[in-house]
Write a protein that binds this ligand. Sequence first.
Ligand code: PMP
Length: 417
Amino acid sequence: MITSAMGSATDWTEVRDDFPILSSVNARGQRLVYLDSAASSQKPISVIEALDRYYRETNANIHRGVYDLSERATAQYEAARATVADFINAASPREVIFVRNATEAINLVAQSWGRRNIGAGDLIVVTTMDHHSNIVPWQLLAEERGARVAAVRLTPDGQLDLDHYRGLLAEQPKLVAFPHVSNGLGTINPAAEMIRLTHDAGAVVMLDGAQSVPHMPVDVQALDADFLAFSGHKMLGPMGSGALYGKRALLEAMPPALGGGGMIRKVTLEQSTWADVPARFEAGTPAVADAVGLGAAIEYLQAVGMEHIAAHERALTARALEALREVPDLTIYGPADPAVHAGVISFTLGDIHPHDVAAILNEENVAVRAGHHCCQPLMQWLGVPATTRASFYLYNVDEDIDRLLSALHRARAIFAA
Ligand code: PMP
């Protein structure tokens, strides 16, 4: 198991060996090639053991107990918060709210910040490449408040059209929501530049980091992000773990989104007052073990090194893009330039339905996703109902790309027959 920052000579097959599920084989003895990390990542032994250890040794409700176990559980939960804060370079752990996933994080901002700050006629900007979870919460809010939503257009190779974006900023939106990395195209958006432009226009930024935080160093202070949402389950952590980062001044001015235990200062039958952040946004008993597991996941990622992981994924992606271009009839969506194409490759293979492609890959024990990837507006823009998507993470190796290619050739052969 990895215990310290590794040099450039990392043996990535050793990394893969830390993930028990990746040594599983199908009935034909073929090892699992997992290329669906954009949907959810696999978990290393250290995370599985952290969960097991928590339930064996520590489990209790937090914050309210005056006995040892509860105090230990509280300490571990808050230590995990500090680990998350350190990982994204938040100024304080108080700026980190534990949620179930990126979707919940974005909805929290829409329901709390949004209801307080968005009014009739206000403009909210999203993008054509956003995941539904960074579109629908803003549509719900806009409908309730009488606001409007506009979307940034894309360039032909699947990048945000920054001229169109500047035009929308001239209309003085209140909030701009965009993905740091697109889960449908793999596009890496110029987040720092966009945030600077957005702030110059006086708007607040909701950065969807679901596909960036797991894969590259993300520094909220360097980016000057107002809000950042991400999912723990996509970054080696447990299902049901995730976080919202918000600048402290913004969070402190926000009302609770959910009411209940843990988020109050004082309750009378007439009225209540709220706890400080982050407790104000964590009503009810939180997923303590999952937060602890997310902390263990981040420790694993940090031990390998985020720069190192990003470089590994860049190399895999560049190699895969090059090899896939040689497959006849295969169309790759998203930027041709590997420098702005993260480890998410969306493609179609001739007129074979993307689900059929994925089903044949599955017969070869190559796990990819097919569908609209919760990006229906993007699919409409691409003019396809669905794509097949292969996505990489630190546990993927060159051999996985070879397996993907040979399975794609098999799919072609089957459909040509
Ligand atoms: N945004 C992006 C860019 C995503 O890729 C995803 C997950 N596919 C989400 C948001 C939503 O993540 P979750 O389902 O964990 O809430």
